[in-house]
Design a protein around this ligand. Structure first.
Ligand code: SF4
Ligand code: SF4
Length: 218
C-alpha cells in the first residue's frame, strides 16, 4: 500500500492543514455550492459502495483469518499512508464535525506504533477511507480468493479500471476537478497530487497532446 517516506511530523502537518483547509472552505460556501459538490461526488460514492461490497463479500473471510484474528493486518500497518486531497474533501463532505475533530486530534500526537495514525480501536477513523486503502489487496489474499474463483479476479480488475475514472487524469476526473475547485478559491496543499505529482502531470500532458493530435487528424 502507498507509503510516504517523509518525516512523520511533516506528514501530520500536511494532513492537518488539508483538513483545516477543507473545513474552512466548506464552512464558507453556500448550501447550493455544497449540494453541487455532493452531486459531483455521487458517482464516485456509488463506485466506493460497489468496491466495498465486493471486498466485504469476497475477502472478509480471508482477511479475518489472516489479519483480524491475529491483529496483524498489513493493510493498516504502515505509517504515512498517501491520501489525495480529494479523499479529504469527499470524507469531509460525508462526516460530522466531531469526526473531523477526531482526525485532527490524533494528528496532534506522535505516532509511536508501526501502524497508520488513523487506525483507531474499532478500525479506520475516516468515515470513507482513502481510495488507496480501499483498493488495496495483499498478494496473499488475492492468491487465496482468486485461485478458487478466477471470475472474481476478473471482477476485481474491472473495479481497478473503474477506479481510474475518478483518479487517473487522462480525462476529466473528479479527483482533479475537486482540487481545481480549491485552487481557484486560493488554497494549496502538497496533497493536491493531481496538480503537483510529476507522474500525474505527465499523464495529463500526454492525454492533452493525444487529444490535440486526434483533432488535427480529423
Ligand atoms: S488484504 Fe491482506 S493484509 Fe489486508 S486485511 Fe486482508 S489479508 Fe490482511
Ligand atoms: S487511513 Fe484508515 S484504512 Fe487507510 S491505512 Fe489508515 S487506518 Fe487503514
Amino acid at each position: 500500500m502507498g507509503n510516504k517516506f517523509i518525516n512523520m511530523n511533516s506528514y501530520h502537518k500536511e494532513q492537518s492543514e488539508a483538513l483545516y483547509m477543507v473545513r474552512r472552505f466548506l464552512a464558507n460556501i453556500s448550501l447550493e455550492e455544497r449540494q453541487q459538490l455532493q452531486l459531483d461526488i455521487a458517482d464516485h460514492l456509488k463506485f466506493r459502495e460497489e468496491a466495498a461490497s465486493f471486498l466485504s463479500s469476497c475477502f472478509s473471510e480471508v482477511c479475518t483469518q489472516k489479519c483480524y484474528q491475529s491483529r496483524l493486518s498489513a493493510c493498516c500497518s504502515r505509517e504515512g499512508i498517501i491520501t489525495f486531497f480529494a479523499d479529504v474533501v469527499v470524507n469531509a463532505l460525508m462526516s460530522q464535525d466531531r469526526e473531523i475533530d477526531l482526525l485532527l486530534e490524533v494528528l496532534k500526537k506522535p505516532n509511536n506504533r508501526f501502524k497508520c495514525i488513523y487506525l483507531g480501536e474499532k478500525g479506520c477513523l475516516w468515515r470513507l477511507k482513502p481510495i488507496i486503502c480501499e483498493m488495496f489487496l495483499c498478494e496473499h489474499s488475492k492468491k487465496e480468493v482468486f485461485s478458487e474463483n478466477p471470475q472474481l479476479e476478473h471482477k476485481w480488475e474491472e473495479l481497478k479500471q473503474h477506479e481510474k475514472l475518478y483518479t487517473w487524469p487522462d480525462r476529466r476526473v473528479v479527483f482533479d476537478t475537486l482540487e481545481s475547485c480549491f485552487i481557484e478559491a486560493g488554497y494549496s496543499s502538497p496533497l493536491m497530487y493531481m496538480h503537483n505529482s510529476p507522474g500525474l502531470l505527465r499523464v495529463k500532458r500526454r492525454a492533452l497532446s493525444c487529444a490535440a493530435s486526434c483533432k488535427g487528424g480529423d
